[in-house]
Design a protein around this ligand. Sequence first.
Ligand code: SF4
Length: 327
Amino acid sequence: MALLEIKNLVKHFPISGGFFGRKTGDVKAVDGVSLSVEDGETLGLVGESGCGKSTLGRCLLRLIEPTSGDIIFENQNITEMNFDHMREMRRKMQIIFQDPYASLNPRMRVGEIIGEGLQIHGIADGAELKDRVMALLAKVGLREEQYGRYPHEFSGGQRQRIGVARALALNAKFIVADEAVSALDVSIQAQILNLLQDLQEEYDLTYFFISHDLRVVEHVSDRVAVMYLGKIVEIAPADQIYTDGQHPYTRALLSAAPVPDPTRKAERIVLQGDVPSPINPPSGCSFHPRCAFAQKICSEEEPPLVMDGDHGAACHVFGPGATVKPN
Ligand code: SF4
């Protein structure tokens, strides 16, 4: 059952310039994304930096207002909710940010940071609040005596544990983890990923796990969606993405990632050029200027995301929607 459904979501940031500050264009950060996230699953979202992943994650919680489209959470359209209703909804929808150094208020003690949401929503106060925060500290592997300390007294991994505790405080069901381990050392990354997986099991959490690192996404995801220039270009169960990725962009990302499994394809696809500007994306398939398999149709028509069961790709040449043969 889908906990969250995203329907044709668009987020364009207007650009203004000139003497009169008129609108001169749009940054098309998210450009027509439709996805569903099943209850209790981890959906990984991968792509190069600047592809719109973080903007999409923030739109899901309306930390950034979408330009158009619908977000349905527990059968309610949250894009239509007023401020108060949305504030209530955020108890169930939380985010863990990338930078554990910047995402915690340096002037607040850890106990206050974790308990802030409980107080704001009038859920707990006084001794009960402290007890609940203490329990959360223990749950994420921190010690009770750390309750009164400030964020600068913690390491990066410990700060991310604080971020996890803060997200859990209001009994969240859905958590956007936005590059949640990218700023951490590899050994600490593993600890935080294991913690997130343990908590998912214990609390039946649903994760929207955003990362540029395919290795990390593979470790935690049930399904993986690949994003390029504001659009989903491939989606599939995690094992299929890694063993049978269809879209040339997915295969290029995979070929650049280290693979410890000798049975996997060792094909190497080098991405040509830089990511084009989302202000003026290329015509047709926006990946065509960098694609080694591009054909005439690729610059003329945008390929739709075509599903075959639970595996879909948006490509004229590969995957279930292919209409022309590879050169
Ligand atoms: Fe490459 Fe064409 Fe497929 Fe786009 S549609 S990924 S350009 S082959």
